[in-house]
Design a protein around this ligand. Structure first.
Ligand code: PAJ
Length: 281
């Protein structure tokens, strides 16, 4: 596996692949890799001749009171995981290279970036879209892989790719979970043992919502309340949002007539967790 830090070198390597007629898969990450990332790597390896994983903790997607400085960084373990997954390139640019002095261009995401996560984290999706566009332009992948775990992020990336006609196919992979259903996340390591037990409540609530829809409930408010009530039983959990939304617009629905997505953001102690579950009525 090649470790590339310079943008020029990354472009040169990708050009070489293209000249030899090899397809390029791309898995953008912020490191602190776990099996959720691993599953994206395996999906990419199945589909493409070569795979590039990027690790870049993107400063522009963190708010002023968020955990950019505290975000876990573990280059050695990350490189070992990428090697185990037989990745071709690990691309690790510096913040100075991605955002050199004077960098002043941003992608503005519309309404889709202003609801839910975007409402709680203003500017977050602009930062995500900007860095994904920059990375796409460096790697120029044929296929890029994103996790369903960050559902709204997949909607934003799909929208941008269509709106700007990026010549890349976006593939979304299912959420990888721990035994109790907790979605794998680099933030899980901040949970105390007690909080870790409590964190299982997100998936339980999503399943509760799915179960109610399965039983024929079509009133979105009733489904939302069922999820909320279950989470309220955990004193250490604080709900930020629990909604039933349209799959593409992420607008809240009142009546469940077609496929919807259940979306949750919950604080457990100081750690903020998100999860989601698409459901067909
Ligand atoms: P990061 O949180 O490192 O996640 C990288 C990719 O892994 C994302 O597409 C995310 O959805 C996926 N992922 C994380 N946990 C997962 C899980 N449990 N199951 C399946 N996929 C999972 O998301 C980002 O980084 C950044 O916003 C990024 C896209 C790299 C832009 O900076």
């Amino acid at each position: 596996m090649k470790i590339i830090k310079s943008i020029r070198q990354m472009q040169k390597w990708a050009d070489g692949q293209r000249r030899r007629g090899k397809s390029i898969g791309f898995v953008p990450t912020m490191g602190a890799l776990h099996d959720g990332h691993g599953s994206l790597m395996r999906a990419a390896a199945r589909r493409c001749d070569s795979v590039v994983v990027s690790i870049f903790v993107n400063p522009t997607q963190f708010g002023p009171n968020e955990d950019y400085a505290r975000y876990p960084r573990d280059a050695e373990n990350d490189a070992a995981l990428c090697r185990r997954e037989k990745m071709d390139v690990l691309f690790m640019p510096t913040a100075e290279a991605v955002y050199p002095e004077g960098h002043d261009t941003k992608i503005r995401v519309g309404r889709i970036g202003e609801v839910l996560e975007g409402a709680v984290r203003p500017g977050h999706f602009s930062g995500v879209a900007t860095v994904v566009a920059i990375l796409f332009e460096i790697v120029r992948p044929d296929v890029a892989f994103f996790g369903q775990k960050d559902y709204q992020q997949t909607v934003v990336v799909n929208r941008m790719t269509r709106d700007l006609n990026f010549p890349v196919k976006i593939v979304v992979s299912p959420t990888v979970r721990e035994k109790d259903g907790l979605a794998m996340s680099s933030r899980n390591r901040f949970l105390s043992a007690e909080e870790r037990k409590t964190a299982g409540v997100l998936f339980k609530a999503l399943q509760k919502g799915k179960e109610r829809i399965g039983q024929g409930e079509r009133d979105a408010a009733a489904v939302r309340d069922a999820m909320t009530l279950l989470i309220l039983e955990e004193p250490a959990a604080r709900i930020e949002y629990a909604v039933v939304a349209n799959l593409e617009t992420l607008e809240e629905v009142s009546e469940i007539k077609e496929r919807v997505v259940l979306l949750l953001a919950v604080r457990i102690g100081r750690t903020r967790l998100i999860d989601n579950l698409p459901v067909r009525p």
